[in-house]
Design a protein. Structure first.
Lengths: 117, 110
């Protein structure tokens, strides 16, 4: 079955450490996204990538970094510069705009919960 | 810029009650509209979608109609169940830029 796999599901980090969250998709989607979700709040876009080797900052990119070396993979690194990293992180993917007829659906992974100790 | 506004929660209903969650949007052009559902500790799942004015999306008893004249996409269900308890997000897509509402938590009591 096609889908998006995020790992790990739970991650604990000490202050000052960098951590990397994995996101892999086998949907042949062109675009991939990282969102942050805080308790009781909506989604905030961190980074997105429309094609391999290219990505753009979202609304809250400070303290995060990404890479897009393969179409299937879009890892997110939470750096020590991110002052409040405890949150639920969601990866998503979609086809390129205009590539599909009808609605271009955003498909989500199950999420990774990061806690800073 | 584009944006989505949905009613604040939580919404608490008894089983078999009628549900409405309001959603309005601001967008240039002709966006697609979506409702997503999130169960505790999970990612978002697509509930229904609509791509043009007057389209009605429906799934699992939920419905929403794309109203361009009122820029709305309200979610409705005639008879909610305890298993419908979740957070519901309204969203739009405008050329691969996705915008989400802040989410509405629904609690259904037996």
């Amino acid at each position: 079955d096609g889908g998006i796999t995020q790992s790990p599901k739970y991650l604990f980090r000490k202050e000052g450490q960098n951590v990397t969250l994995s996101c892999e998709q086998n949907l042949n989607h062109d675009a991939m996204y990282w969102y942050r979700q805080d308790p009781g709040q909506g989604l905030r876009l961190i980074y997105y990538s429309q094609i391999v080797n290219d990505f753009q900052k979202g609304d809250i990119a400070e303290g995060y970094s990404v890479s897009r070396e393969k179409k299937e993979s879009f890892p997110l690194t939470v750096t020590s510069a991110q002052k409040n990293p405890t949150a639920f992180y969601l990866c998503a993917s979609s086809f390129e705009a205009g590539k599909v007829s009808g609605a271009n659906v955003l498909t989500f992974g199950a999420g990774s919960r990061l806690t800073v100790l | 810029g584009d944006s989505v506004t949905q009613m604040e929660g939580p919404v608490t209903l008894s089983e078999e009650a009628f549900l409405t969650i309001n959603c309005t949007y601001t967008a240039t052009g002709y966006p697609s509209l979506f409702w997503y559902v999130q169960y505790p500790g999970e990612g978002l799942q697509l509930l229904l979608k609509a791509t043009k004015a007057d389209d009605k999306g429906s799934n699992k008893g939920f419905e929403a109609t794309y109203r361009k004249e009122t820029t709305s996409f309200h979610l409705e269900k005639g008879s909610v169940q305890v298993s419908d308890s979740a957070v519901y997000f309204c969203a739009l897509d405008n050329f691969n830029k996705f915008y989400f509402g802040s989410g509405t938590k629904l609690n259904v009591k037996p």
